[in-house]
Design a protein around this ligand. Structure first.
Ligand code: BT5
Length: 252
């Protein structure tokens, strides 16, 4: 049992020992009308996904693999703001529970001492002008040892336990994450993105630094200047041209 302290988030929980992807199940539930706050949690994912159908390694019992349904009254172009909101909430929760200070790497990674410990995948069901639902997928490496990561990601991935040097209980962390998301989400609906953006910038590693952004349209090298109100990355290239980047992989 999770013992949640939230008002709405996580009040319906669908728990699975093994799934292909919590993201797929949550999307189906959302499509069928599941209310805001519905949470899908799994012990193990056989086909956990990242962006662009990349694989998300989700072994049994060692991580937090979950998807949350939100129904924000916003237009689709604002959805990246929710990725940022959730990244801040998870960072706050990790800090509270473990004492580790995470860094956020735009758009959807949380790093611990420079390695990826958390991935966020935000997907939506929407009409042209209105979001129907947002499915926020959260993957957190909690208790893996370094040897438990597949070789191809061992150099770039880490877990909370590796960085902290001790095992971390998952339930209190899930509680804290949902509580923080709920708090920030209420603030977001009442006061907009500005306060969240400030918090996000406090955790962001890439801002003010040279980065390489690999987008579907090509590679851009420049200085990350910040994010827009809609959560796009502002990148200034060598010729001082400003690029607004919707989606990319960033190398620091
Ligand atoms: C992400 O994608 O970082 C989003 C991951 C979201 C996972 C959650 S788990 C619950 C829910 N259900 C799902 O099926 N998904 C969501 P992206 O930025 O595209 O990063 C993917 C890349 O991260 C892969 O190509 C690997 O290089 C690396 N990777 C895979 N598994 C990893 C892990 N466990 N820890 C760290 N890095 C990993």
């Amino acid at each position: 049992q999770l013992g949640l302290k939230t008002e709405t988030l996580g009040h319906t929980i669908h728990f699975f020992e093994e799934v292909d992807s919590t993201q797929r199940i949550a999307a189906k539930l959302a499509y069928e009308g599941a209310p805001e706050g519905t949470l899908v949690v799994a012990e193990e994912q056989k086909a956990g996904r990242g962006r662009l159908d990349r694989k998300w390694f989700s072994p049994k019992g060692t991580g937090i693999w979950m998807s949350l349904i939100l129904r924000p009254p916003i237009p689709p172009q604002r959805v990246p703001q929710l990725t940022m909101l959730v990244a801040v909430a998870i960072s706050q929760a990790i800090q509270e529970v473990t004492g580790l200070v995470p860094d956020i790497k735009w758009p959807n990674d949380i790093l611990l001492h420079g390695k990826k410990g958390v991935g966020i995948l935000t997907e939506l069901q929407a009409d042209p002008d209105r979001v129907r639902s947002v499915i926020v997928g959260i993957g957190i490496n909690v208790n893996q040892t370094a040897e438990q990561f597949p070789e191809d990601i061992r150099a770039i991935a880490t877990s909370l336990a590796i960085e902290k040097g001790e095992r971390i209980k998952r339930a209190p962390l899930i509680q804290e994450i949902l509580l923080r998301i709920e708090r920030l989400y209420k603030q977001y609906l009442a006061h907009g993105f500005r306060p969240i953006k400030l918090l996000w910038e406090g955790y962001a590693v890439s801002i003010g630094k040279p980065v390489t952004a690999r987008t579907l349209g090509g590679t851009i090298r420049g200085i990350a200047r910040g994010i827009t109100e809609d959560g796009l990355l502002i990148l200034e290239d060598e010729e001082q041209n400003t690029h607004y980047i919707h989606s990319a992989d960033i190398q620091l």
